[in-house]
Design a binder for this molecule. Structure first.
Ligand code: NIG
Ligand code: FE
Length: 412
């Protein structure tokens, strides 16, 4: 019999976890964080087997590795449910141009933007892409992300789209097929509809074997609502869950389409007005908010407070990508949520743990510190877990435990 691997994190100043077992959380439940002082977490074979106050720590037989939690606070491993981390190259040149006044949409229209990362990603080859992704994933892990989603969308051809999905899967991520990110140069003359047909007839069957969800960029200059519907319906018929990039620059029908098709999420929402807020709040679709992207592009923040107050289920994610959000840090995203979007630290925590796990259909084992959940734990370098959001870009991540093993030490 193989001996079990046990880890006891003891003497924690605090253990903080979204309360209860429901997902997604909305309304007042989003603020309901259970805090235990002088606490422990006991893990065995990659799962949490018990949590509680030190006064109730069970006696453990056999070999146990112990971690000293004095002065630290434990929160669930963070879940990043929206990234484009699988890319080659960078866009520092474009960043400089934008800093000097050029707009993201102008650069995109000139063949830069997403298409410049498409060129770099196509050229990288499988090994180059895996290496670039591994580097980005190591940044995310150091920042406390133990579960990540990553999209394709920088291949826009048969081979590179599938290579991206395989790379994400092989790196332990949750792959999302974003074939409909933008129209590639090969289809510039034939147009967006012809490209969507190509995606559906030539790529979908293989993409659906690797990806868990499909995503589309529904926006002026990318795909309109009719094209997005055509793509998403075919993807749904192939068994994929649905997500949308919507209302980033304009309200172009993403929220009604997401609701009509039973999508899991609609993401961005910087341009969403009161009607969209009300419609989303009355639906099961999660609004994924990406404040690092709004900050990076100097765009308005999404209406997070209005969404939460209206009863919407919201998640927070980085949108990590080389163009609109070169940022892997969910702790920074939590700071932006608190300082720019009027979310309480409790709401921010729920949004990037249990609700993000719900978007990835993993809320039964990710996003909470409770018996039976995966042993993914972040030790925050403070005796009050709210430093996660409070210490703006500070070294708040002390240790990251993934699957019951220490995966990263030292601050983010
Ligand atoms: O979510 N808006 C569309 N796609 C990404 C950006 C991709 C890029 O600029 O490379 C986003 O912001
Ligand atoms: Fe995105």
């Amino acid at each position: 019999m193989v001996a079990s691997v046990k880890l006891l994190i003891r003497d924690l100043a605090q253990l903080a976890t979204p309360a209860g077992s429901a997902a997604p959380l909305r309304g007042a439940a989003l603020r309901d964080v259970e805090v235990t002082r002088d606490a422990f977490v006991l893990c065995e074979d990659g799962r949490i087997v018990a949590t509680g106050p030190m006064s109730a720590v069970p006696s453990v037989d056999g070999d146990v590795e112990e971690l000293d939690g004095r002065g630290l606070s434990a929160i669930p491993g963070l879940v990043d449910c929206h990234t484009h981390a699988c890319f080659a190259g960078d866009r520092v040149e474009e960043f400089s141009l934008r800093a000097g006044g050029a707009s993201y949409e102008e650069l995109h229209a000139r063949g830069g933007g997403i298409l410049s990362t498409v060129r770099a990603t196509r050229e990288a080859g499988d090994a180059g892409l895996a290496e670039a992704l591994a580097e980005h994933v190591s940044w995310m892990l150091r920042a406390g992300t133990t579960t990540f989603e990553a999209k394709s969308g920088y291949g826009l051809d048969h081979d590179t789209e599938l290579a991206q999905l395989r790379a994400v899967r092989d790196a332990g991520g949750v792959p999302t097929w974003l074939g409909a990110h933008t129209v590639p140069p090969e289809f510039a003359d034939a147009g967006a509809e012809a490209y969507v047909d190509f995606l559906i007839y030539d790529v979908l069957a293989e993409a659906a074997e690797i990806a868990e969800a499909a995503d589309v960029f529904l926006e002026r200059g990318a795909f309109d609502a009719a094209q997005a519907r055509h793509y998403l319906v075919a993807c749904r018929d192939a068994g994929l869950a649905l997500r949308l990039h919507g209302d980033q620059f304009t309200e172009s029908g993403a929220i009604p389409l997401a609701i009509e098709l039973g999508a899991r999420s609609v993401d961005h929402l910087e341009a969403t007005g009161p009607e969209g807020v009300a419609a989303l709040a009355a639906s099961d679709v999660v609004g994924v908010l990406l404040p690092a992207s709004a900050l990076f592009l100097n765009r308005p923040m999404p209406p997070a407070r209005a969404l939460v107050d209206a009863g919407a289920a919201v998640a927070l994610a980085t949108d990590m990508n080389p163009g609109s959000a070169f940022c892997e840090s969910l702790p920074l995203v939590c700071s932006l949520a608190a300082t720019q979007m009027s979310l309480a630290p409790e709401e921010a925590l729920a949004a990037c743990t249990v609700n993000a796990a719900h978007v990835l259909e993993r809320a039964d084992r990710k996003g909470r510190l409770a018996a039976g959940f995966d042993a993914d734990v972040v030790l925050v370098a403070a005796d009050d877990w709210r430093h996660l959001a409070y210490h703006l870009a500070g070294p708040v991540v002390h240790t990251v435990i993934a699957g019951g093993k220490v995966a990263s030490t030292g601050s983010a």
